[in-house]
Design a protein around this ligand. Structure first.
Ligand SMILES: [Zn+2]
Length: 286
C-alpha cells in the first residue's frame, strides 16, 4: 500500500501502556467468547455477569511510563491509522448515498489483554469488533501472527483484517447485526452457525468494497496488494484454522466460512465495490 503522507484517523485509542489488573473473578478467553456468543444470540449477557458486575473483575491500569513503541510498531500503527481513515472516507460516502450517516468507530490498540464493552479479551482471540461499545480492538502482534503462523505477510493482509472488523461495524450501524441476532434466537445451532458464516462473509465482502474504493478514489493500493488480501482471506478460513488446530474439518462448526468462501466474497466486494454485491444472506451458494 502507498500509505506515505496520508491522513491518519484520529479515532485510534492507544491502550498499549495499560495492563489489566484482576481484582476479582476474571474472565477467561472461553468466558469472553461465551459472552460474545450470548450477545450475538440476542441474549443479554449481564445476568451471567452477576459476580462481575458486583465486583469489577478486571480494571485497566495505566503503567507509569507511556508505551515505548519500536520503529516497526510505529510503522504498523501509522498504517493502521491510514487504513482506518480510508474506511471512514469510504463508508461515509457509500452510506451517505443511502441517507445513512456513518458513525466512525474507535479502534483500540492494545497489547496482551484489554477490557472491552463486551468483556475482557486476550490477544489470542485475534482482532474483534464489540457492537456494544462500537469499537474495533487490535493487538498488532496479530499482524506478526498473520505472517508467521498463517503465512499471510504484507501490509495489505493487515489492512484487510482492519477493514473486515470495520465491516462488522457497518453491519451494526445498518441494523443487519440486530436482524441476524433475532433470527439466530429462533434457529438451531447449525442454522445459527450458518448465519454467523453469512455475517462473516459479508464483512469480508465489505472489506473488498473498501479496497475497491480505496484503490479507485485514492490510489491507496499497489501492485500485489490484492493478492496479499486474497491470501490472507484464504489463510484465516475456518477450515484451514480447524485443520491446523485439530487436523480435521467440521463444517457445522464453521463460524467464519471456509478459505474458498472467504476469498470468493472478498473478491466479490473488490469487483462490485458496492454493498449490494455483498448480500450473503440471500445467496444460494456461499
Ligand atoms: Zn469477523
Amino acid at each position: 500500500m502507498d500509505t506515505e503522507g496520508r491522513r491518519q484517523s484520529s479515532n485510534i485509542e492507544d491502550r498499549r501502556g495499560m495492563r489489566p489488573v484482576r481484582t476479582g473473578v476474571g474472565l477467561s478467553l472461553g468466558g469472553v467468547l461465551f459472552l460474545v456468543v450470548l450477545s450475538l444470540l440476542g441474549i443479554n449477557p449481564l445476568p451471567f455477569l452477576g459476580v462481575a458486575t458486583k465486583a469489577p473483575e478486571t480494571q485497566m491500569q495505566q503503567t507509569n511510563e507511556p508505551y515505548q513503541e519500536s520503529a516497526q510498531e510505529a510503522k504498523l500503527r501509522q498504517m493502521t491509522a491510514v487504513v482506518l481513515a480510508d474506511t471512514e472516507e469510504t463508508w461515509t460516502t457509500i452510506l451517505g448515498k443511502y441517507g445513512v450517516q456513518y458513525v466512525e468507530p474507535k479502534l483500540v490498540l492494545f497489547s496482551g489483554g484489554v477490557t472491552s464493552g463486551c468483556g475482557a479479551a486476550e490477544s489470542a482471540m485475534g482482532p474483534f469488533y464489540c457492537p456494544l461499545d462500537q469499537k474495533v480492538y487490535v493487538d498488532m502482534s496479530f499482524y506478526q501472527d498473520l505472517e508467521t503462523r498463517f503465512g499471510a505477510p504484507g501490509d495489505f493482509a493487515q489492512a484487510y483484517v482492519v477493514a473486515h472488523e470495520v465491516g462488522h461495524h457497518v453491519q451494526n450501524l445498518v441494523g443487519t447485526a440486530k436482524k441476524v441476532n433475532d433470527l439466530q434466537r429462533r434457529a438451531s445451532k447449525a442454522q445459527a452457525n450458518e448465519l454467523s458464516v453469512r455475517m462473516e462473509l459479508q464483512a469480508d465482502c465489505f472489506a473488498g468494497v473498501w479496497a475497491k474504493n480505496a484503490a479507485q478514489s485514492r490510489q491507496l493500493l499497489e501492485a500485489g496488494d490484492v493478492e496479499e488480501g486474497l491470501n490472507a482471506a484464504s489463510a484465516i478460513g475456518d477450515d484451514r484454522l480447524q485443520r491446523q488446530a485439530q487436523g480435521r474439518v467440521v463444517p457445522d462448526a464453521f463460524t467464519h466460512g471456509s478459505s474458498e468462501q472467504r476469498v470468493r466474497w472478498f473478491r466479490r466486494g473488490l469487483e462490485t465495490g458496492t454493498p449490494e454485491g455483498c448480500d450473503t444472506f440471500s445467496a444460494q451458494q456461499l
